[in-house]
Design a binder for this molecule. Structure first.
Ligand code: ARG
Ligand code: ZN
Ligand code: CA
Length: 243
């Protein structure tokens, strides 16, 4: 891996209503948000508290819109069974999933904002799914999920990151420079919120891999950066994207 990694992005839009057929501007606003968040040029990066200034990261991955695929459907909503990724189920098959990041944008059931496939899964379903109203920063994107951070979070999973609380009480995310968290944080926690885990550390609630509102998450750590970039090395599960 030499220099900044560049990832072509295919955006697959499934729509029943006109508003679900999101605009090119909304799509571009999501690409812009990903580029800011993964290159530490997001305006709120300066809000990272001093406690974490030594570990805040510029990940160094660029996202380039490759193409947008749109398909009209009579389905009112989709769920996590991946049918949106399968044309015979009414969805859209991914385009070149070994070399392009596929995003599917649709209406999801059960208040799901998005979900991702971790590295190492089937190529036919590889990529990230995002709720249309949590996608991008304009158009139908709705507060408090209108800063494009659902995609930032899901692409983190796609690059092997776990939730910062490790999906367990004081669980592990396998990253050394992120503190232990009791559990997921929601909304916008007050500064200095401490966990009751070993050592009662201050939680990194502004990390993209927590569950806080878009306006209250604005950093990855250096350890998370290493874990993501490790997927691109020779023999790594995302090596095909590093060519
Ligand atoms: N709940 C989703 C997941 O576990 C995404 C959460 C995204 N949070 C946000 N503020 N956009 O993958
Ligand atoms: Zn998640
Ligand atoms: Ca950790």
């Amino acid at each position: 891996v030499n220099g900044v990694i560049e990832i072509p992005v295919v955006v697959n839009v499934l729509y029943r209503t006109a508003s679900e057929n999101i605009s090119d501007a909304q799509i571009q606003s999501q690409i812009d948000a990903l580029n800011e968040d993964y290159n530490a040029t997001n305006a709120d990066f300066t809000l990272v508290p001093a406690t974490f200034s030594g570990v805040k990261a510029n990940v160094g991955i660029r996202f380039v819109l490759d193409q947008t695929v749109r398909k009209s459907t009579n389905k009112r909503s989709w769920n996590t069974n991946d049918y949106m990724k399968i044309s015979s189920r009414g969805g859209i098959d991914p385009t070149s999933p070994a070399t392009k990041l596929n995003l599917w944008v649709c209406t999801l059931s059960n208040d799901i904002l998005g979900y991702a496939q971790f590295p190492g899964g089937a190529s036919a379903t590889d990529g990230v799914v995002i709720l249309n109203t949590a996608f991008g920063r304009t158009g139908t994107a709705a507060a408090p999920f209108n800063k494009g951070r659902t995609a930032t979070h899901e692409v983190g999973h796609w690059l092997n990151l776990r939730h910062i609380w490790g999906d367990a009480t004081c669980g592990t995310d396998y990253v050394n420079d992120t503190p232990l968290h009791n559990t997921a944080n929601y909304g916008c926690p007050a500064a200095g919120h401490k966990s009751t885990c070993t050592g009662t550390p201050v939680e990194m609630t502004m990390n993209y891999m927590d569950y806080t509102d878009d306006a209250c998450m604005y950093m990855f750590s250096n350890g998370q950066k290493s874990r993501m970039l490790a997927t691109f090395v020779s023999g790594g599960p995302r090596y095909s994207f590093a060519q």
